[in-house]
Write a protein that binds this ligand. Structure first.
Ligand SMILES: Nc1ncnc2c1ncn2[C@@H]1O[C@H](COP(=O)(O)OP(=O)(O)OP(=O)(O)O)[C@@H](O)[C@H]1O
Length: 260
């Protein structure tokens, strides 16, 4: 707990993001501490995925600062926001890994190659070392026996576990999960959640997850953040936000989700 108190690890400070005239993040302030597991919930279009995409530098911002560890990922220049020079940027980017709803595995590569490829290409480690790393990860996600399979031969839950192993092969400190269980059958969701939970407790990752599934938020989150129209409306422990929301808008969102 001391770490959580001491280290703001990711900070969004007065971040504004628009797509044309559509203001998606409005002076967003969000701090995530090291080893915290934060889950973003909220209506469609509230800006949840945009927060993850800004952290991955897949999207730019118009204003504000985003810090990761000691470094500025985005720095407010007074006339927009800029990223650091490539070397500094790469050092920050390497701390972060993301897993997507749609798995995004390479269909023409075996499971082993899917996991080992980025360490070889990006980290320039030897193929033998990358394969060893990949095998250990496949074992930890329960897929050791599938290393020679191709993605099409796997179930959705298995493909998502490969995607998680692939993300971990780059040894990130921060894991971003964007609706990673949304495309799965209800029985398979727990298979993937179990993997995330056990990896998280073993390796002390900092986790930021987006989900529409409140039971997933409850299982993974130390903190749940409810966003609406690019603003944080309410945040707190899963019990507090999901069972005893203080804000009317959180209440009506949860009512609608539970009735759906
Ligand atoms: N590349 C883009 N160009 C234009 N508008 C975009 C783009 N990406 C997202 N948007 C819009 O920005 C808003 C926020 O999108 P975002 O994906 O962050 O929301 P979300 O809360 O994750 O939604 P969902 O729960 O449906 O995934 C939406 O209205 C979306 O249509």
């Amino acid at each position: 707990m001391a770490d959580i108190e001491a280290n703001p690890f990711i900070s969004f400070r007065s971040v504004c993001k628009s797509y044309g005239g559509l203001h998606v993040l409005k002076n967003l302030d969000l701090t995530i501490r090291q080893h915290e597991h934060v889950v973003l919930i909220g209506p469609s279009g509230s800006g949840k995925s945009t927060i993850l995409r800004v952290l991955m530098t897949l999207e730019s911002i118009q204003k504000g600062n985003v810090l990761v560890g000691d470094g500025h990922l985005w720095r407010d220049t007074g006339d927009g926001a800029s990223m650091p020079p490539p070397r500094e940027l790469n050092a920050i980017r390497r701390k972060i890994g993301m897993v997507f709803q749609s798995f995004n595995l390479f269909p023409h590569m075996t499971v082993l190659r899917n996991v080992a490829e980025a360490p070889v290409r990006v980290l320039k480690i030897s193929r033998a070392e990358a394969n060893e790393r990949a095998r250990k990860l496949l074992l930890s996600v329960g897929l050791a026996e599938k290393e020679d399979c191709y993605p099409i031969q796997l179930s959705g839950g298995q493909q998502q576990r490969v995607a998680i192993a692939r993300c971990l092969a780059m040894r990130p400190e921060i894991l971003l999960f964007d609706e990673v269980t949304s495309a799965l059958d209800p029985e398979t969701v727990s298979e993937v959640l179990n993997v995330i939970r056990s990896l998280a407790s073993e390796h002390k990752f900092t986790i930021l997850m987006v989900t529409h599934q409140m039971d997933v938020a409850r299982e993974i989150g130390n903190r749940v953040v409810f966003l609406e129209r690019g603003r944080i409306i309410e945040e707190g422990s899963p019990n507090q936000v999901l069972d005893n929301p203080r804000n009317d808008r959180t209440r009506s969102f949860l009512r609608a989700v539970l009735q759906a």
